[in-house]
Every structure is written in C-alpha cells, then in structure tokens.
Design a protein around this ligand. Sequence first.
Ligand SMILES: Cc1cc2nc3c(=O)[nH]c(=O)nc-3n(C[C@H](O)[C@H](O)[C@H](O)COP(=O)(O)OP(=O)(O)OC[C@H]3O[C@@H](n4cnc5c(N)ncnc54)[C@H](O)[C@@H]3O)c2cc1C
Length: 410
Amino acid sequence: MYDIAVIGGGASGFAAAVSAKQTDGRLKVVILEKMFRSGKKLAATGNGKCNLSNTNITAKNYHGSINAMEIIGKTPEAVDYFRDTYGVLCVTGSEGRNGGLYPRSNSANTVLSAIRLKIQALGIEERCDFEVTKIEKIKNGYKLYSKNGEVECRRVIIACGGYAGPAFGTDGGMLRILKDMGLKSSKICPAVAPLRVAPESVKGLKGVRIKGEVSAYSGGKLLRKESGEIQFNENNLSGICVFNLAYLFQQYEGKLTLCADLFPQMTENELYEYLADSVKNDRADYPLEEFLTGIFVKNLAIYLVKKAVGRSLDDRIKSLRNGEIRRIVSLIKSLEFEVTGCSPWQNAQVTMGGILAECISDKLEAVKHKGMYLCGEILDVAGDCGGYNLQWAWSSGIWAGRNCALSLKG
Ligand SMILES: Cc1cc2nc3c(=O)[nH]c(=O)nc-3n(C[C@H](O)[C@H](O)[C@H](O)COP(=O)(O)OP(=O)(O)OC[C@H]3O[C@@H](n4cnc5c(N)ncnc54)[C@H](O)[C@@H]3O)c2cc1C
C-alpha cells in the first residue's frame, strides 16, 4: 500500500508529489499517469517554451469559485520555487504578454527534465499507461482501478486536469468520476481558446496579425477589454487578447460581440484628421486600395476600405468623401464580430469550470471524502493566458501535497 497516490502526471501532479515527499521523506509516493509518458502537456506549453508563471499575478487574472490568490499566496514565488527545487533559472520573456516568466533555456523540455530528475532523486515512483477508471473507498484509504492493475493508498491526490487539450490525456474523464462520487462541478467551457466568427466576416483576412484592443460585449454591456495580438483565421479570431475573452461566450449564453480597435494609439478624431489630410496630399492620385498602405498590412488595408466604401478600389483616393473616410475610421476603431461559437476542446488550452469551492476545504481536501485531495485544472479555477494557469498548477499542487503529507503525520 502506498502512502500517497497522485493521479495525473502533469504540472500539478508533479508539484504535489514533490511537495509531499519534501514534507516527509519517509512517505511512499506514486504518480499514476494515463499516457505512456507523463508531462506531455507541460512539454507543449508556451509553444514549447513553457510560460511557467507571471511576475504580475492578481486576482483579476483568475476566474471561478475558488480563491486562487489565497493558495498562491501560501506557496513560494515561481522564480524561487524553480531555482530552489529543480535548479531551473527563470527569466521574464521578451515575447507574449508582459511579465510572462520562462525558463532561461527557453525550453519546456528542460523544465520537464529537471522535474523528472527531482522525482527520481526523491524516490517517487511513476506508473504510466495507468488510467484510473474507478476510485473506491476502502478501510484505510482508497483503491484505484485501471485496466492495467489496481493500487491501494492511504491518501489520494487528484491532479487529472480538465477537458482542454485532450491529445495530452485530458478529456474530462476524472471530472465525471468525481461527479459520480458526489462532488459538484460548475459549468464547463473552453477557455484560453479561439472564438468562432462567420467565415464571410473575416474573408480575405486569413493570416493577418495585428496588435490592438478587443472589447467583449453582451446585450450592449461591456464585459471585458483586452489588449495584445489579434489573429484572423479562416473562421475564427485568436491571439492572446481573444483567448482571454473566450470563457465569456458560454457564460453569456452564446451572446457575445467582439469589437476590435485596430489603432488604439489614436482617437477617432485624430485618425480622421490624419486620413482626411491624405486625400489632399501627394498620395491623392493613388488608387483607393492604397489608402491605408503604410498603416496596415495589405490584406487588412484592402478589407477595411472595401467594407467601408463598397465601390471600385481603382477609384482615386481624392474621390473619397468625408462620410466614407468617417466610415473607414469607424471600422478601424470598432470592427465588430458576432461570435458564433467557441473552439473545440482540441484547440483550447484551459478548462473554465471544475470542482466547486464548496466541495473542498482550505487544505484542498474533498469535504465529502477524507484523505482525497485535489489540485490543478480539475478545480474551478481558470487563469488568463500568460503563465497564470501553470502558476495555479504549481501552487495548488504544492499546497495539496504538503497538506496531504501532513495529514499522515502522527
Ligand atoms: C497547448 C497548451 C499550451 C499551454 N501553454 C501554457 C502556458 O504556456 N502557460 C500556462 O500557464 N498554461 C499553459 N497551458 C495550460 C496549462 O498547461 C494547464 O493549465 C496545466 O498543465 C494544468 O495542470 P494540471 O496538472 O491540472 O493538468 P495537466 O497538466 O493537464 O495534467 C493532467 C494529467 O493527468 C493525466 N490524467 C487524466 N486523467 C487521468 C486518469 N483518469 N488516470 C491517470 N491519469 C490521468 C493526463 O494524462 C495528464 O498527464 C497550456 C495548455 C495547452 C493545452
């Protein structure tokens, strides 16, 4: 019988196992992983660079019923945790969102290797190809069933993730098992994911990337505004700022409008004055399709003029009327898209929703099942894009592992 079995060899499961063993080195700890190899998702994070945390973590970056900040505040800062526990040095990334923390190596695989070394050094066992399909309460703990055998343990830590990225082993199966055991989950939907729009509304824009601001509205009410890269695809919008608005689609029952400001550096009037001037200057004889050349990439420049004026783009710039310039400016400052759907789980990075706060104690122990701890994305916490989800995985893992180990003392 193991003292602790951690179900799920991902970010939070690793942190939980290491933390439990560091709390009490005598404990017999095993990680049970469904895939042939653990840590598959971790190796893919941050486009293979692993955006493992952020230097600017606030309550605003977390959504869900659980107070993530309270638990993050009880655990070491990521820079210290990675240096002291795994010998991984971190730097603030130059790309992506401000404050994103990355390993100095810029490689997620080195983070995974360093964690593996620590797991081996601490004598934590690992069993892969071991998908837990049933959890049964026994006299002194739990019995975990898989098609490849059974494991008995005094305590169990559930670190199985949610539904996002099923190719990495996370298909929501454990959430269904927990619901059958009486734990309650909030509404689930993809987060940190692209948002679908009608293909006609983005025709000609495929592949365009631009830095701007995106506001999300429902029923005319502004819900959230994000800035960063916007990426146009064949039938969806993506990029960090769109990713961070994705969870709103289901929350507002499919009634979501995105409004992009493609030139936040100028007000509508400033932009109008600048563009109205070019009708009179030495570019006045250029064709209309060149009106926004020098401001936007070609596809976007043509898309905006075409949509606003609706006449031949061979006409000269000097033929533009004030009303038409106003319409172009208004499109640049508030280009609207009705969201038609959220992307499938395969394209989502995070699960919005999970086991509710009311089902767990402040030690992350299941209220209904003593000796069962939970951590990571399976809980009702979803962070923004930018390292916030891995930070939650580390912190909740450390906290669950420590409390679980302490519960076995004495
Ligand atoms: C492509 C991609 C890129 C991402 N990039 C970033 C990033 O750069 N920064 C960031 O902060 N977040 C990122 N995320 C999100 C982040 O990876 C997750 O939030 C985080 O890994 C969740 O950790 P976890 O331990 O809860 O679950 P996971 O890391 O998903 O691990 C869960 C593990 O449990 C295993 N498992 C599931 N069910 C069972 C079962 N029944 N029995 C046994 N094992 C089971 C799974 O196979 C998996 O290995 C990204 C996600 C994706 C998909």
